[in-house]
Design a protein around this ligand. Sequence first.
Ligand SMILES: [Zn+2]
Length: 92
Amino acid sequence: MVKARKIPQRMCVGCREMKNKKELIRVVRSPEGEIALDLTGKKAGRGAYICPNLECLNQAVKGKRLQKALEHDIPAEVLASITKQIEAIPES
Ligand SMILES: [Zn+2]
């Protein structure tokens, strides 16, 4: 039996799998309406979690789940910037 451990879990809005919060990256919409990756996990605002890979990002955006989670559309330039940042994350 697996011991119950207090690891916070979040759902990726791309593949919809529950994962440890640490393995996911947060996309946040700030109170000012700016959407960006939150690599520190500490930015204020409405957040959504996603696996750090482009497949999940694409699924999340195509399925409109990221937009729904943030209650906002993702502007093309924001998506381009998020894509670049995810590409820069080394695969573990
Ligand atoms: Zn995922």
